[in-house]
Design a protein around this ligand. Structure first.
Ligand SMILES: [Zn+2]
Length: 130
């Protein structure tokens, strides 16, 4: 991982004690740290079936898209990529399984009705009843 502040190579500060002869034991407490003081959450994971790095998976996913998403949200080892008309969720659930979901806006015409039902546009509803 390259430090986004100074461009140097970062190293992992493990949350759990490591056995130098064995493969790394990743945890939720691992952090990427840089000598310049910058740090960020490490999202590498592993279990009996293998492992990966969520940051790498997100980069690979974005490499297939020309534009940048609106937002990238993280929850542990899962990422949520928000596009204008689609939301994609993928990653490792922390307990043996990897998942991926894509949600698309299949019913754009229904959405204003839903907003009204939930009372999310009260101002307009009051105006309508006058
Ligand atoms: Zn740095």
């Amino acid at each position: 991982m390259i430090c986004r502040k100074c461009g140097k190579s970062m190293s992992i500060k493990f949350g759990w004690e490591q056995d130098e002869d064995a493969r790394p034991h990743y945890s939720h407490e691992d952090e990427w740290v840089c000598s310049c003081g910058f740090s960020m959450r490490c999202r590498r994971y592993s279990d009996w079936f293998g492992g990966d790095d969520l940051h790498k998976e997100v980069n690979e996913y974005l490499a297939n898209h020309d534009e940048a998403p609106i937002k990238i949200l993280y929850s542990d080892f899962m990422a949520c990529i928000v596009w204008h008309d689609e939301v994609v969720v993928f990653g490792y659930d922390g307990n043996e399984y990897c998942h991926s979901f894509a949600f698309t806006n299949e019913e754009p015409d229904i959405q204003p009705v839903v907003v009204e039902m939930l009372g999310l546009s009260m101002g307009e509803m009051v105006k309508d009843t006058e």
